[in-house]
Ligand binder design. Structure first.
Ligand code: BG6
Length: 468
């Protein structure tokens, strides 16, 4: 079956920064077969000018001249809007199987979904629609968006991208859990005392102020990326590696969380003030270009989620994400309980740290299990050692987008969000966002580990893992 991809918003930043480089790398790996790409945008560009812009965005990938030519020849540029008439003009580029990639601001998704359906081009053949987060800014707006999409598209045709699900370590989380007899039985309340999921960035809001101000860390990161990591870290083993079963299990996790009515007890927020990152002075959020001087947008958010089921009874899952923190760190960390008896109480082993199983999502990716071992010598002295799985430094690593694009072309829904997952995540966080409509986020210095109020959501005896 021949395949085509239609890129809406083809002259925009998302397409150039993420989509074209990922497609070019897949082409380099001989994974695009006969794919033709119809690129459409509002700009009155000639085909040469458009292809030149794609060539620039893939220039750093080191493609040879033949590979580069083959990649660029896949594109045809159409100038046009989202009206059914303009979309109908794409017909000559369509194939038996077609992927419509909306590299557009989310406000335009419904218009594009309708434009494609009303153009008549989907009457025959196979058709898939690809949309990217954010999926709404609240449960209500997400439901409205879904209703608009579903008016024209069936759920099985929609691929909702959360790029974290294409990350190597996120996929490895499931393999580590479900392909190893030695790990999975330990991941439950009997052995695990807490789970911490952190996505910390050193970057500030950069030039994304139009999108970010008023959105903030809870909607930008926690509602989607961290909630997905949480689901994958907490869910039960699916009976088969099947997109529907897997997503049923993720929804079940979200539905098992029973948050307290008192939001302040389980959610915290912060906003960065001026500080120093990597030896460089950086301004406060309120001094960033384009930000409202009295903005209350949070640049850090943290929540404690309690999964009310047999497996995780009493084990808190702590999720936090923030900008301008002390270092770039993304990890999922399970902390195990102390051994049941203190055999070595009379030795320095008595103060040994409990074990941590840590999956690191950013460079260098990998998995570490910290264990206590005896230091060589005559004394019973403990030292922490790492059992390390190193899979992140090889040449074979692919970007999240490459992985996800290939899955879309192959029609595999496994790493994409189903609409009920999105809704269930909003249902949990809507009360927090509602409570945060008043008051202010606590300020935290850029380069720190975040606001001190993040500590207030921890249960007794728990501490955040260091970021800086
Ligand atoms: C995006 C957020 O979805 O993810 C950004 O909008 C954030 O604010 C980014 O910086 C982080 O992704 P990654 O892959 O760089 O960790």
């Amino acid at each position: 079956m021949n395949t085509s991809m239609v890129v809406f918003g083809a002259t925009g930043d998302l397409a150039h920064r993420l989509l074209y480089p990922a497609l070019a790398r897949l082409d380099g790996l001989e994974r695009l077969d006969d794919l033709m790409i119809a690129a459409t945008g509002l700009e009155k560009w000639s085909s040469d000018r458009f292809v030149g812009s794609v060539a620039e965005s893939v220039a750093g990938l080191g493609l040879g001249p033949t590979e580069q030519r083959r990649f660029l020849e896949r594109f045809t540029y159409y100038q046009g809007d989202l009206s059914p008439e303009a979309v109908a003009g794409l017909e000559p580029s369509l194939a038996d199987s077609n992927v419509y990639y909306l590299a557009l601001p989310p406000g335009l998704f419904p218009k594009a979904a309708r434009g494609i359906a009303d153009s008549g081009i989907t009457r025959t053949g196979e058709h898939r629609l690809v949309v990217e987060k954010p999926f709404g800014t609240s449960g209500e707006s997400a439901a409205l968006l879904e209703a608009e999409l579903h008016e024209f598209w069936a759920e099985e045709q929609i691929f909702r991208i959360d790029h974290f699900l294409g990350k190597e370590t996120v996929q490895n989380l499931s393999v580590l859990r479900f392909a190893n007899r030695v790990i999975e039985p330990l991941l439950c309340a009997t052995h695990v005392d807490q789970v911490q999921i952190t996505v910390a960035e050193t970057l500030g809001v950069e030039d994304r102020y139009r999108y970010y101000d008023g959105i903030g860390a809870m909607r930008d990161m926690i509602q989607n990326h961290l909630m997905q990591l949480f689901c994958l870290a907490a869910m039960d083993a699916p009976a088969a590696w099947d997109a529907e079963i897997l997503r049923d299990h993720k929804v079940e996790v979200l539905r098992s969380v029973r948050p307290d009515a008192q939001v302040a007890g389980w959610a915290a927020r912060g906003q960065y003030s001026a500080g120093v990152i990597d030896g460089v002075d950086v301004p406060s959020y309120l001094e960033e270009p384009g930000i409202e001087p009295n903005s209350t947008t949070e640049t850090f958010a943290a929540v404690r989620l309690q999964v009310d089921n047999w497996r995780w009874q009493g084990v808190p899952f702590y999720l936090r994400s923030g900008k301008r923190l002390g270092s770039k760190l993304s990890e999922i960390a399970y902390r195990f309980r102390e051994p049941p008896t203190q055999l070595f109480a009379e030795t320095s082993l008595a103060t040994a740290e409990p074990n941590w199983l840590v999956l690191r999502l950013n460079d260098p990716e990998g998995i570490d299990l910290t264990v206590q071992t005896k230091a060589p010598g005559l004394e019973m002295v403990a030292e922490p050692s790492r059992l390390h799985a190193d899979y992140g430094s090889g040449e074979e690593t692919v970007s999240a987008y490459e992985q996800l694009l290939l899955d879309i072309l192959e029609g595999d829904h496994t790493p994409f969000l189903r609409c009920d997952e999105v809704a269930a995540a909003w249902r949990l966080l809507d009360p927090v966002l509602e409570a945060w409509r008043s008051g202010r986020a606590e300020s935290y210095p850029s380069g720190s580990d975040g606001p001190t109020s993040a500590d207030s959501i921890l249960l007794d005896g728990h501490r955040w893992r260091p970021i800086g």
